[in-house]
Structures are given as C-alpha cells and as structure tokens.
Design a protein around this ligand. Structure first.
Ligand SMILES: Nc1ccn([C@@H]2O[C@H](COP(=O)(O)OP(=O)(O)OP(=O)(O)O)[C@@H](O)[C@H]2O)c(=O)n1
Ligand SMILES: C[C@](O)(CO)[C@H](O)COP(=O)(O)O
Length: 230
C-alpha cells in the first residue's frame, strides 16, 4: 500500500518573472522543487514522489532531485502538460502504471515548497482513516467580495464559511483517477472530485504552505528562512 505524491512542477512561473521554470528557482541556494520533494519524503509517510517537469527541464529536474531518493523513498521525473491539470493527470497515469500498490495519492504543488511535514501527515492520516478526498485549508483573514465583469460588487459572502485551499491534497487512487477521467480543467484536484459528488474533507493547513507565486512571496519565504520559522 504505497503513498505516492504527485508534484506538478511544470509551470513557467510567469508571475514570478525569474526567466526560468519556477520550480528550479533557488531560495537561499536550494531550488523550490528540492525543498518541496524533501519536505514530502521527510514527512515520513510518502514512499514515492512523481515530479511533472516542463518538457525542456526534465533532465535538470532529474539532476536536482537525484540525491533526495533514499531507502525510504523514490523520486521519478516525467514531462508535464500544458496546464496544471494535465501535469497532474500525466503524473497520475505514470504512478498507476509504474508504481505497484499505489493506494493513496497526494497532489502537491512544487510552488508550496515550505509546507510543514505535519500538514502532509494530517492529510495522509485522514485518507487512511477513510476519507476519500482531503484538503488542507486556512480561514480567510480578509473580507471577500464577489464582483461582476465591471468590478462592481454584487455580494459579500460570509467569510466564516470560506477557506483558503492549500496542498498537498490527498485522495484514494481510484477517486483521483475517476476525477481526472473527465478531462475537465480545474484550479485544484478537489474541484474535480467535487464534480463526482464525492465528499471532500478539510484538515488544518499552515501559513508556511503558502504558494510562491510572486516576487513578494519569494521575499516572504526568504524572510521565513532567515528568521528560522520554517
Ligand atoms: N502546466 C503546468 C502549470 C503549472 N504547474 C504547476 O502547478 C503548480 C501551481 O501553479 P502556479 O503556482 O500557478 O505556477 P505557474 O503556472 O508556474 O505560475 P504562472 O501562472 O505565474 O506562470 C506549480 O507548482 C506549477 O509548477 C504544472 O505542473 N504544469
Ligand atoms: C491547487 C492550488 O494550489 C490550491 O490553492 C491552486 O488552486 C493552484 O492554482 P494555480 O492557478 O495553479 O496558481
């Protein structure tokens, strides 16, 4: 019964604007991808990591992750797709084809490179406890407005019922396969599972699991490292 983490890392990082694949961008000398994969393996409950790389960076991502494989975990790298959903689907198909006994599958953004091991373990434990789909979340700190195409406010949803969604998102392998069989694009994998009518359960996320999207996020990550809070 293997826990396999799929790591979509094939994005271009346009908003970060570093001129290279975001997952290869170093923070204090260590690429985001290395930090993300190491975090998954160090959590102690993941046996395989499958990385979806930009097609032109497969060799580079193989090289930077080569030293991370250990007695407890293996790292596989393949070419990802045009959109995040495509990258996840390709990695899932690889895992189900090549990794025996894939039973629990995590999907974890390379861009969430500072996710604490406790979050990974909470997600895996909840799937093991019988929940078919599990996502880490945080409460909203700000008021949220729904606006129309012109930017006019049309509603103020009750923020007590809203959550910010992070990764890793955890699923039984059969549920994630069914979710991706639709071929629909979604901003997260749980969104595809919701379309099946399968219940999605939440566990507590962590501020350090923030997604590195902009130069501001990168500066925050560097400050966290300097301050020793990761
Ligand atoms: N075709 C894609 C696009 C995105 N991702 C991955 O999905 C995660 C979340 O995407 P995001 O943070 O939006 O990354 P980018 O797509 O690289 O960002 P941008 O939109 O700024 O280019 C990242 O780890 C990214 O590498 C992926 O594997 N394949
Ligand atoms: C999956 C995700 O990280 C959950 O917050 C997020 O939806 C990814 O979105 P992006 O459009 O790829 O930035």
């Amino acid at each position: 019964m293997s826990v396999v983490a799929l790591v979509p890392a094939a994005g271009r990082g346009e908003r970060l604007g570093y001129g290279m694949a975001k997952a290869l961008v170093p923070v204090n000398g260590v690429p985001l991808l290395v930090r993300a994969v190491r975090g998954l393996l160090d959590a102690g409950c993941v046996q395989h990591v499958v990385v979806a790389a930009p097609p032109s960076d497969v060799d580079a991502m193989c090289t930077v992750t080569a030293s991370l494989a250990s007695a407890g975990g293996a790292v596989h790298v393949l070419a990802g797709g045009a959109e995040r959903t495509d990258s996840v689907r390709l990695a899932l198909e690889y895992a189900l084809r090549e990794i025996p006994d894939t039973s629990i599958v995590l999907v974890h953004d390379a861009a969430r490179a500072f996710t604490p091991g406790a979050v990974v373990r909470r997600v895996v434990e909840a799937v093991r406890a019988g929940h078919p789909a599990v996502i880490p979340v945080l409460p909203m700190a700000d008021t949220v407005k729904q606006v129309d195409a012109d930017g006019a406010v049309v509603a103020t949803p009750d923020r007590a019922a809203l959550r910010i969604v992070q990764t890793p998102q955890g699923f039984t392998a059969d549920v994630l396969l069914r979710a991706h069989a639709s071929g629909v694009q979604a901003t997260d994998d749980a969104g595809l599972v919701e379309r099946l009518g399968v219940p999605v359960t939440t566990v507590e996320g962590h501020a350090n699991a923030m997604k590195i999207t902009t130069p501001f996020d990168l500066a925050v990550a560097e400050a966290l490292l300097t301050g020793g809070t990761t």
